[in-house]
Write a protein that binds this ligand. Structure first.
Ligand code: HEC
Length: 462
């Protein structure tokens, strides 16, 4: 996704810190909303199907209320789903600039699935509202003594049939699209946390690696906890609750289906967090992530207890606490991943900050930005990762330069646009060099190599 890379601008170290805080906040909003959208739309489709099959009105009403929860309105979808996702993509583009692991591309693909999914979800929710228009029409018609013209009644029937068909499709489609979007999203965020996989960031591993599938299961279970708490909170508490006016049998129905799911998922959560810490990529482990993970486990247990006491006693007010608990849980989860990400990409931050310094220098008035000589560039930039005779972060030059003898153009191409070349090494990040500087450093390292070769001193150790 080169065009996305062009959106990245040089940033100072302070800005990068700011972006990381922003990443946690935006992730918090998005994960909560995306979880509710995924689970509530899937459950609505299932509840609607059950309602039709069993002729149980409660299921149909539950389906409608779930669709309302998943897609309260265009504004909410925009504010909690669409905008945070765009912000997330842009933040990752910025933080991973020049790393070429394809994360921005996968995230964009995920965003497209989400957006289309949100669109279907919204029309799905809308279709329920048509229903109430039809039933109002019917009751009006019967109240006025069936004086409605037959053509109009027929027309209404036709519309209703097509609305129901659209709805069935809409529910299923949004659930499937949101699931694919989630899968890509979760797979990419795992890839970003795992430097060991950056040398081969293939699509298949983003979706099908054990790591990605585990994370997807993690996400779905967390999403079940989040949605259960949201149902209890928004149905019963928020602005007096959607379900408060409803009959008691419906309220009991909602609790009967929501609480056991919430309890089971919340009980699994600490176990999953435990395994997540075990599997955290080595570079991402730190004491801080460990502490946060323990806090997350504790909150998950607390949420489970709240659900449980709601099941035993009829205390729906606990729904508010469960919802707050869930928000804290997601916050802990986002913070933990962010810290792991921070550790995984430490070197990257330094490079971004260097790039910013270079840009500042080139902007200072009156000075024509100086061009560095080959040896300066080697000492200031390349030597951080390369030595001539031994392996550092990158391969020893004495090992790779023989391929480039007589091919200075290819060497310059590689330096200005590095690609995956030597097996067993991570990709080389793009360096902020002017064309003249690329030429200088290529001449310099080749010169050193040829001189060493002539003197019979071009041996290297791997
Ligand atoms: C942040 C670490 C890092 C920096 C800085 C860095 N490199 Fe690299 N370089 C690598 C890695 C890692 C590889 C192996 C890349 C691969 O195989 O994809 C590599 C590979 C190379 C290769 C071998 C390419 C091949 O096809 O065999 C050359 C040449 C090279 N770098 C030159 C440079 C020059 C010149 C600079 C300074 C302008 C530089 N590198 C700065 C990490 C770095």
């Amino acid at each position: 996704m080169n065009f996305l890379d062009r959106l990245a601008i040089p940033e100072s170290a302070e800005h990068i810190e700011l972006l990381r805080v922003l990443l946690v906040i935006v992730t918090l909003l998005f994960v909560i909303y995306a979880s509710i959208a995924l689970v509530a739309s899937t459950s609505a489709a299932v509840a609607e199907w059950l309602g039709r099959k069993r002729g149980d009105k409660n299921f149909s009403k539950f389906a409608k209320d779930l669709a309302d929860l998943a897609a309260p309105g265009k504004g909410v979808i925009l504010a909690l789903g669409v905008l945070p996702l765009i912000a997330l993509v842009l933040i990752y583009v910025q933080l991973l600039y020049g790393m070429r692991i394809g994360a921005a591309g996968y995230l964009t693909a995920s965003a497209i699935f989400y957006f289309v999914g949100f669109y279907f979800l919204y029309s799905y929710k809308k279709s329920f509202h048509f229903d109430s228009i039809y039933s109002t029409f019917r009751s009006l018609a019967s109240a006025t003594g069936a004086s409605v013209m037959p053509e109009i009644a027929e027309e209404v029937d036709k519309f209703e049939r097509s609305a129901v068909a659209v709805r069935r499709r809409g529910g299923r489609r949004s659930a499937i699209l949101l699931l694919i979007g989630t899968w890509l999203f979760v797979g990419t965020t795992r890839l970003v946390l795992t430097p060991a996989r950056w040398s081969h960031p293939v699509f298949a591993s983003v979706v099908f690696s054990g790591d990605a599938i585990w994370s997807l299961i993690d996400f779905i279970i967390a999403a079940l906890v989040i949605t259960s708490a949201s149902v209890l909170f928004f149905f019963f508490r928020w602005e007096k609750g959607i379900a408060l006016t409803a009959d008691t049998s419906y309220r009991a129905f909602v609790k009967r289906y929501t609480l056991p799911v919430g309890i089971t998922a919340a009980a699994l959560e600490p176990i999953l967090i435990f395994f997540q810490i075990q599997n955290l990529p080595q570079s991402g482990v730190s004491n801080m992530t460990f502490v946060i993970a323990c806090i997350a486990m504790f909150i998950a247990l607390l949420v489970m207890l709240l659900f449980y006491s709601m099941l035993k006693e009829a205390n729906v007010y606990l729904g508010s606490y469960a919802f707050i608990g869930v928000v804290l849980l997601v916050l802990a989860w986002a913070a933990k991943d962010e810290i792991a990400f921070h550790y995984a990409t430490q070197g990257q931050d330094q490079r971004l900050a260097t790039r910013y310094q270079t840009m500042l220098a080139s902007l200072s008035p009156g000075t024509v930005a100086p061009v560095m000589s080959g040896v300066e560039i080697y000492n200031n930039i390349c030597s951080a990762c390369h030595m001539f005779n031994t392996k550092k972060v990158g391969p020893p030059y004495f090992m790779t330069l023989p391929h480039f003898v007589g091919k200075m153009d290819s060497l310059e191409d590689f330096i200005s646009n590095p690609y995956q070349a030597v097996p067993g090494y991570p990709p080389m990040p793009k360096q902020p060099l002017k064309p003249q500087e690329v030429n200088n450093v290529a001449q310099y390292i080749m010169g050193v190599y040829l001189a060493a070769k002539k003197a019979g001193k071009a041996q290297y150790t791997q």
